[in-house]
Design a protein. Structure first.
Lengths: 340, 372
């Protein structure tokens, strides 16, 4: 399978993040009957500077595992993670370096659990600045903290810095998380469901902040979500994940308007849409996500797929490019020629 | 449904209410949570009614009092929450007046005397809860007992309320599971052996066990994936058409609500700010908050527009803003200080709005775009 050699990409234009054939199997079970949860199965994608790539899928599809692999909280079974063309798994095999941790930051889902309740916001923001030596001296650090708070829309900064997490609302806390990630001037931010625990009316504010940071600081985002509408809203590209496979990927608008993979079609038909009634679009596929423990060969969506064929149960489909930058893995489409 | 209802739960009321009479009528309800920092005015002066066979939606952000109302209807509010005013009439009987303990003796007589029951109070809390109004709780996936089998969790309800034998109860349980498309073999499973969607459906089966007339669903699908969510909502809709119960549907997801409900009430900071039919809310929302909520959901189709959400965050309900509670976040606030919050007024047939800036209403653009 050729990886990320889209025709638009020139050789000199190395993507900021490139993931190649990433695999993660979690061992479970006893000594004599080893079993593996196939959490991530051979995924490849790229994220560029100033680009938001949305990764959508149902719970358990491996979205968060992908983020945890990239930020190196867990070690992949195989595959490559390239940052500006350098395979970080080879250059720093055991532990991520401080420099890597500066370049790649993460925002977690739960704004209530990801901030320490015992320290003021100002203190929590000053820690990464000091550790990563982004400013020297008390005064400079403090100024940097204020600047970060203002960037994240937390005004007035000197008051916010004195506050403790319990004094803030969910949306404000998530803005603090974002400010904390920004403290080290990262190049890539992995945002794992950053708005799913926030109040509806303040979600857009957080998403718009992400958009602004992307534009102003040229940061790349991997936006992980189960909400397709927000994936489309903010994501330049969208990738659809199912049981650890990326089944379809394309420019967000094209993908949502013209989904080709039966799973993407199912997912989109299930999104509440007030324009159409509940009964107008019938969900064809029933059943639930198969077990990821030693899965059978073939397409993982075959048991639920309304268009299933014999070949689907026997072999895993490979990539088929159907338009520029829009590809999917489905036997209904002719596979790309294997090069190399 | 085959299983007979116990006489105490059956509406032995001879003057059966006509269709126009509401099944549930909440009038001017006030609920407060007493905290050391002062009373939290969680629900202030909420009135609405649900008619037989209707799906009524209650929408709003977290902390606006949706769940508090649901808990008040079922009388499962716990201290420090207290009802400080108002009535909840269920088939004309005030739920808030129902006795818990002292009417227990009557229930035995009720069962024996059968037809003369109408002379006695029609409901005690025990015969009201679950038999008349059942509830599917928020994070229902976790509301099953993890250490007992699904079967005993369903039969418990049936044996307690309907005095069925174990065998009868099991048969009925299998029937209920069939309603929600779960094979009866799965009755022997423990909750952890079922997927999230199945657990949710089992919880719905338990809620329907006693043939309730009203089903309260508090964020029934928030923890589920979209595909499963759609599947379950379709099933509920089919069941509702077949069994004819009413639904009080509580969620923060307005697009989901517009899709499923007949009528919708929008709540903000403990008050209903707008109430109308689903299509009216979606197409002709009048209250600035409703418009803001609608513009907080990016669409899956159409052109990509910049959405603003609503600036600011919901108020603290210990010291709520004076006048309209939404005014600190309202783009149309006219700057006049008011003491009382605006009244809920009927501005068009069936369309109620509580807004001071009535002069603004026709000027509010459909897209609710706020320039910054």
């Amino acid at each position: 399978m050729s990886v990320a050699t889209s025709p638009t990409q020139s050789a000199s234009d190395t993507p900021m993040l490139e993931v190649r054939h990433l695999v993660k199997h979690f061992p479970i079970g006893g000594l004599f009957q080893p079993k593996h949860v196939h959490a991530i199965n051979d995924i490849s994608f790229i994220v560029r500077r100033g680009q938001v790539v949305s990764l959508v899928g149902e719970s358990g599809s491996g979205k968060s595992t992908t983020a945890r692999l990239i930020i190196r909280l867990i070690q992949p079974t195989s595959g490559e993670i390239l940052l500006d063309g350098v395979d970080i798994l080879k250059s720093e095999p055991k532990k991520a370096s401080l420099e890597f941790r500066r370049r790649v930051q993460m925002i977690f889902q739960d704004p209530f659990g990801s901030l320490s309740p015992n320290h003021s916001i100002g203190y929590q923001l000053s820690r990464p600045i000091i550790i990563h030596k982004r400013a020297e001296g008390k005064k400079a650090v403090q100024e940097k903290v204020y600047e970060l708070l203002a960037t994240a829309g937390l005004n007035p900064p000197h008051e916010m810095a004195e506050k403790y997490p319990f004094e803030l609302s969910g949306g404000q806390r998530q803005r603090v998380s974002m400010a904390r990630a920004l403290a080290v001037e990262p190049e890539l931010i992995l945002a794992d469901e950053p708005i799913s625990m926030l109040d509806v009316s303040i979600r857009m504010g957080v998403l718009n902040l992400m958009q602004r940071l992307k534009d102003e600081h040229n940061i790349g985002f991997l936006y992980i979500t189960h909400d397709l509408a927000s994936a489309r809203y903010i994501g330049d590209r969208t990738m659809v994940m199912y049981t650890g496979h990326i089944v379809e990927s394309g420019e967000s608008r094209t993908l949502m308007e013209n989904p080709q993979h039966p799973y993407t079609q199912l997912l989109l038909s299930a999104v509440p849409n007030p324009h159409a009634g509940l009964t107008t679009k019938h969900v064809q596929a029933r059943g639930e996500v198969p077990s990821l423990i030693n899965p059978p060969p073939g397409c993982p969506f075959a048991p639920r797929c309304p268009k299933v064929m014999d070949v689907c149960r026997q072999s895993m489909p490979t990539r088929s490019t159907i338009a520029e930058g829009h590809w999917l893995c489905c036997h209904l489409f002719p596979a790309d020629p294997v090069d190399g | 449904m085959s299983a007979p209802l116990p006489s105490s739960a059956v509406n032995t009321n001879p003057q059966t209410s006509p269709a126009s009479e509401p099944l549930l009528d909440v009038r001017n309800l006030y609920v407060e949570y007493l905290t050391p920092r002062g009373p939290v005015q969680a629900v202030t002066g909420v009135s609405f009614s649900i008619h037989p066979g209707e799906v009524f939606g209650l929408a709003g952000e977290s902390g606006c009092g949706k769940s508090t109302i649901a808990h008040t209807i079922l009388r499962i509010l716990r201290p420090p929450a207290i009802v400080t005013g108002g009535n909840i009439f269920y088939k004309g009987i005030d739920v808030l007046e129902m006795g818990e303990e002292e009417l227990k003796d009557y229930r035995g007589e009720l069962a024996e005397s059968g037809s003369q029951a109408s002379a006695l109070p029609r409901y005690t809390l025990e015969s009201f809860r679950w038999a008349e109004v059942a509830m599917v709780f928020q994070s229902a996936m976790n509301s099953l007992n993890p250490v007992t089998r699904i079967s005993s969790q369903i039969t418990d309800v049936l044996m307690k309320h309907q005095k069925l034998s174990k065998q009868q109860a099991l048969e009925r349980a299998a029937e209920l599971m069939a309603f929600v498309n779960i094979e009866k073999q799965r009755l022997d499973a423990y909750p952890h052996e079922l997927s999230g969607g199945m657990r949710q459906r089992a919880v719905i089966a338990i809620a329907l066990a006693l043939n309730p007339s009203l089903l309260i669903m508090d964020e029934p699908t928030t923890a589920l994936d979209v595909v499963v969510q759609k599947d379950i909502l379709q099933q509920i809709q089919q069941l509702q058409e077949r069994l004819g119960f009413s639904i009080l549907f509580i969620t923060h997801d307005l697009s989901l609500m517009v899709e499923t409900s007949d009528r919708i009430a929008i709540m903000y900071a403990g008050e209903i700010v707008e109430m109308a039919s689903a299509s009216e809310i979606f197409n002709h929302a009048l209250h600035p908050y409703t418009q803001g909520l609608l513009s907080s959901f990016p669409s899956i189709t159409g052109p990509r527009v910049q959405l603003t959400g609503i600036p600011g965050s919901p108020p603290n309900l210990i010291t709520p803003p004076k006048g309209c509670r939404f005014h600190p976040r309202c783009p149309y606030y006219d700057g006049i200080e008011r003491e009382k919050s605006p009244e809920l007024l009927e501005v068009a047939p069936g369309h109620w709005v509580a807004c001071n800036c009535t002069t603004m209403i026709d000027k509010i653009p459909q897209g609710y775009k706020r320039d910054r």
